[in-house]
Design a protein. Structure first.
Length: 129
């Protein structure tokens, strides 16, 4: 039986330590969307990784923060095959509007930010940038 679910973002693709988040905050460039802020740090030669932040001040209570993170994580997970395999670390910071935004609007926002960062291959492309 496989140890990892095939549709999940693997541990190697997630930012987990506070130090990693701080590095992206220090080195990353901000890209602002309607429902989130994406910080993008160039990490040549390293696997692309992503982390999510939904703060109490910015989003709300625990239920709202978890919902915002789940929605953002699912949108990124579905697009992960089109994201560059190496060279980027992302931190996606949810805004309060990420909770109630229509799914397609939130997905378009994330796609636009990933494309603006230069990390998203066009739909239908087989290779990675």
């Amino acid at each position: 039986m496989p140890s990892q679910h095939p549709e999940r973002l693997g541990r190697e693709h997630r930012l987990r330590s506070g130090r990693d988040f701080v590095l992206v905050k220090q080195d990353g460039r901000p890209l602002r969307g309607r429902h989130c802020l994406m910080l993008v740090a160039a990490r040549p030669g390293e696997p692309t990784r992503v982390g999510f932040i939904a703060s109490k001040k910015g989003v709300g209570g625990a239920v709202e923060r978890n919902r915002a993170r789940r929605r953002l994580r699912e949108i990124v997970r579905r697009r992960w095959p089109r994201v560059a395999r190496q060279g980027y670390w992302f931190v996606i910071v949810a805004f309060r509007s990420a909770i109630g935004a229509p799914h397609q609007e939130l997905a378009d926002d994330i796609e636009r930010l990933l494309a603006e960062a230069g990390a998203l291959a066009p739909i239908g492309s087989l290779g990675h940038p």
